[in-house]
Structures are given as structure tokens and as C-alpha cells.
Design a protein around this ligand. Structure first.
Ligand code: MG
Length: 283
């Protein structure tokens, strides 16, 4: 199933997207839907009317996560290299990390499909995109082993891990540069895990103004999804609806000489074949 959060008739609703239609559900918000389905409930139970997708507005699948979005830095080999050699990496000497590099983005950074990325909030004009496959946790838990990890995956969505590169470098840490309001576009839907038997086979592409910048198979992650879940849950209890942005591949703006940062009027489109396309203009 492809699950969406939509605005319909002035109300926020959840729904199942099929083609160009959406069947609205009784569940008022995605977090309660995730909890219900993860506990064995059926989406059939709450089905309401079916309307054209054009009649509703897609919001971020989880418009206001209850806590920060977990993110992974430097998790594809070629991107780790382009970042380490860009002059913008103040974090570590090694190119390929020995263990997952984790940071977070605050809930206030989340925006939905089609919403403008507020690059005007970056005083350094170094706003950059990062297309990322994102894991949505279903059943929570602590101390989850690699072997059990996929039992805790509810589904997948897309996040654009937008950042202000100069702030990221200046502050030696990533929260200021990556946590800016509106710097976490999310969507367009959550595809449930049962529709993705082989997550590594998913392909992610990013286009800026129609020009392809990123193209990778998820199987090329340095630290795969089970490793990320095992690492995070070792000491942090994961909760239903938690989000783990798995990292971005080579091809971000800072990798170009000179860097090609985003500017107002640009359009960033991130596509994962199993999920759909997340497109946002730059404001
Ligand atoms: Mg990233």
C-alpha cells in the first residue's frame, strides 16, 4: 500500500493512494495508522470515500514527527569521498566512517511535497540537496538485532536532507546547518514494507531543474538498513513512526567545482521507483 497524509476539505486525513485516486481512511493521523497496522490491524477496517488525488493536497506523510528525524551521514562510498574532499567537511579526518555517523533534524524542519524550500533562511547562500531513502519504523523496540531489523520496518518514504553547507562547516556540527525550518521535505507517500521485498533493489535518482544529479541503487549503502536499526536501537528505544534517513549518494551540489548550490526558482525532484517522486521548488 501507498499511504498518504492529505488535506481534504480543510481537514487532515490519511489515505491509501492507488493510481490517481486516494481512498480516505478513518485514522486521523499517520502515527495512529502506523501503530494500528503494526499491531496487526487492517487498513480495510477504516476505508471511507475514494476521491481523485487532484481533489486533495498531499502533505508530508508524517507532517510533524513527535521527535527528531534520525539521519545518517556519509553512507555511500562515492559521496563520502566527494564530501571529504570538498572543503566543507569539518567533522572527521577519515573518508569512509568506521561506524554509522548519526545526526538528527528537528520536527519543525519537515515540509510536504510541493512546498517551497526556504533557501532565504540560509544567510550563506550554500543551500544543498540530498536525496535519501528513508525508513519508517513500525513496531518499536530497543536492542533490535540485525536479524530482526526488518520486522520493525513499517515502510519507506523519501526525504530531501537539505542543508546550508557553510553553516554545516562553520559550526563543526550538523544541527544548525541541517535543522533549518523547511529543510526536510518529505513524501510523497509511505510505501509499506510488504511491497518492497528487496529494499537494496530500490533505485534513487535526484534531478535539479530536470538535470540528473544522483542515481544509485540502495544496495550500495555502506551501512545497510539492518545495521542502522541495530546501531540506533542499541541504546535508544525506537518508536512507531520514527524516521531514519539512510544517507545520500554522490552527486550533491558541493561535489561540483565550483559547487552548484540551490537558488530560488530551482526545482528538486527525488524519485525512488517503489515510492514515487518528491518534488519541491526552492523559495
Ligand atoms: Mg544526508
Amino acid at each position: 500500500m501507498k499511504l498518504a497524509t492529505v488535506s481534504s476539505g480543510g481537514r487532515t486525513r490519511t489515505g491509501i493512494v492507488a493510481g490517481d485516486q486516494v481512498t480516505l481512511l478513518d485514522d486521523a493521523d499517520m502515527l495512529s495508522l502506523i501503530r494500528r497496522l503494526s499491531e496487526g490491524g487492517s487498513a480495510e477496517a477504516g476505508r471511507g470515500e475514494t476521491v481523485p488525488l487532484s481533489a486533495v493536497k498531499l502533505l508530508a506523510p508524517i507532517p510533524r514527527p513527535p521527535r527528531n528525524v534520525f539521519c545518517v551521514g556519509k553512507n555511500y562510498h562515492e559521496h563520502a569521498r566527494e564530501f571529504a574532499t570538498s572543503g566543507f567537511d569539518a567533522s572527521a579526518a577519515e573518508i569512509v566512517p568506521e561506524a554509522p555517523v548519526i545526526f538528527t533534524k528537528p520536527p519543525s524542519s519537515v515540509i510536504g511535497p510541493g512546498e517551497p524550500i526556504p533557501s532565504y533562511l540560509d544567510p550563506t547562500q550554500s543551500t544543498d540537496y540530498e536525496g535519501e531513502l528513508t525508513v519508517v519504523i513500525g513496531r518499536g523496540g530497543r536492542g533490535i538485532s540485525r536479524a530482526d531489523a526488518f520486522k520493525h520496518v513499517f515502510g519507506y518514504t523519501i526525504i530531501n536532507d537539505v542543508k546550508a553547507r557553510t553553516l554545516q562547516h562553520k559550526h563543526r556540527q550538523w544541527v544548525i546547518g541541517k535543522g533549518i525550518d523547511g529543510f526536510c521535505p518529505m513524501g510523497p507517500v509511505i510505501v509499506t514494507a510488504d511491497e518492497v521485498p528487496d529494499p537494496g533493489a530500490m533505485r534513487l535518482t535526484t534531478h535539479v531543474n530536470g538535470e540528473k544529479r544522483q542515481d544509485v541503487a540502495v544496495s550500495q549503502l555502506i551501512f545497510d538498513i539492518p545495521t542502522l536499526i541495530e546501531t540506533l536501537s542499541a541504546g535508544i528505544t525506537l518508536e512507531p513512526g520514527d524516521l531514519i534517513a539512510t544517507g545520500t549518494p554522490v552527486g550533491v551540489g558541493l561535489g561540483f567545482k565550483p559547487p552548484r548550490f540551490l537558488k530560488p526558482g530551482d526545482v528538486v525532484r527525488i524519485e525512488v521507483d517503489a515510492i514515487g517522486a518528491l518534488e519541491n521548488p526552492v523559495g
